[in-house]
Design a protein around this ligand. Structure first.
Ligand SMILES: Nc1ncnc2c1ncn2[C@@H]1O[C@H](COP(=O)(O)OP(=O)(O)OP(=O)(O)O)[C@@H](O)[C@H]1O
Ligand SMILES: *[C@@H]1O[C@H](CO)[C@@H](O)[C@H](O)[C@H]1NC(C)=O
Ligand SMILES: *[C@@H]1O[C@H](CO)[C@@H](O)[C@H](O)[C@H]1NC(C)=O
Ligand SMILES: [Mg+2]
Length: 329
């Protein structure tokens, strides 16, 4: 076993050296040294190796099918694209996903599920970087500084660990030019200054396009068609147009969009009453309680729904379920 893993590491090292001859990431050494100590599983500090980073397709598949409700479009795209990317060691460009939908529909939640299926430490991993516009880039006047900083951060982190993940939350609030500063990293095949971005993942989150998606879902509902019949083609055009033409989106007229650097636009549908109930039951189960339909139904009553007349979709999605449930227990 030990010999085999040492051999594997050796072969792996050759492979890495072949693909990226210039830059052998120094963090790989953590993995080599720990296997030389004869204690392959004793790596006290998180480092950029298979002990801490290894994609588990089954775990993502199970998480998406059992924990994510009402997202029949997002779920398979996420699974397929992440799997294809993670299972291709020679990928030349990073995976770039842009998730869209109204508040509380599961965008941040899905990002977390992806992180948990790849990184041992999930969102807490030092290889997962979450940038929230209002927190990390709040001042319009500092745009130039932010651009330099962001470029340095992405480059610095990817050179330390090629399998880094970057999540940009609140893209709708981001200044247009900022994301263009990392554009070279998103599309370049090969290496830039000895750094290859082919193993990285970039995820953009925003509410833009959410209204268009909801409109489509409402159309289906009104004509008596099933939500599950909505397909990507129905949404794709609306989505790219609304994102590209939305002045309030950080991707607005950005070359990231016009040069087609986003691999997939992933729509998140607005959630219905029944999904809210599912969220409530799941929350109870997660707390080790016996799921109680009555309690959850009472909690769901607390939510507001749109449109005013038909009251079909939750205005807040499944947000605050945990807090509001407390009130009814
Ligand atoms: N589709 C869903 N299936 C299961 N749980 C969900 C779903 N959507 C939201 N939730 C629950 O609600 C919480 C809030 O959702 P989340 O933070 O993912 O929303 P969001 O889409 O990122 O919203 P925002 O645009 O406001 O950031 C999640 O932590 C999760 O517990
Ligand atoms: C992958 O995840 C599944 C489900 O969580 C788990 O049963 C399995 O042991 C994991 N596989 C590996 C190699 O960790
Ligand atoms: C990696 O990114 C973080 C922000 O998430 C930043 O603080 C840090 O300086 C970056 N590391 C390098 C080496 O650039
Ligand atoms: Mg979010």
């Amino acid at each position: 076993m030990k010999l085999r893993s040492a051999l594997w590491l050796f072969l792996n090292a050759i492979m890495i050296a072949k693909v990226k001859p210039i830059n052998f990431p120094k963090s790989y050494t953590c993995q080599l040294s720990s296997s030389l100590t004869g204690l392959p599983f004793y790596t006290p500090r998180e480092c950029c190796g298979p002990r801490w980073i290894s994609y588990n397709k089954t775990s993502l598949e199970m998480a998406l099918s059992s924990k994510l409700f009402g997202q029949h479009l997002a779920s398979p795209i996420i699974l397929k694209t992440v799997t294809r990317h993670m299972e291709n060691p020679n990928s030349e460009t990073p995976l770039v996903l842009s998730l869209h939908g109204l508040t509380g529909t599961g965008k941040s939640f899905v990002s977390r599920l992806i992180a948990e299926s790849i990184y041992h430490n999930g969102m807490r991993s030092k290889f997962v970087h979450l940038f929230i516009t209002t927190e990390h880039f709040p001042h319009k006047a500092h745009l130039e500084t932010y651009k330099d900083q962001l470029k340095q951060w992405v480059k610095g982190n990817v050179s330390e660990c090629p399998s880094s993940m970057f999540i940009f939350d609140e893209m709708d609030k981001m200044q247009t030019d900022l994301i263009d500063s990392i554009k070279p990293y998103l599309d370049y095949h090969g290496t830039i200054d000895g750094v290859s971005y082919g193993q990285a993942i970039f995820i953009f989150l925003s509410n833009s396009g959410g209204m268009e998606i909801a409109k489509k879902a409402l159309d289906f509902w009104k004509t008596g068609r099933k939500r599950e019949e909505i397909n990507l083609m129905d949404l794709e055009k609306d989505l790219t147009l609304s994102v590209f033409n939305n002045e309030k989106n950080g991707l607005w007229r950005s070359s990231v969009i016009s040069e087609k650097l986003v691999d997939f636009y992933v729509p998140f549908l607005p959630l219905e009453h029944k999904h809210l109930v599912q969220c409530g039951l799941a929350e109870m189960a997660a707390r080790g309680m016996k799921p109680d339909q009555g309690v959850v139904e009472r909690m769901a009553k607390e939510y507001s729904f749109f449109p005013d007349e038909e009251r079909i979709f939750s205005n807040q999605g499944c947000k605050m379920v945990s807090k509001r449930l407390d009130f009814y227990l």
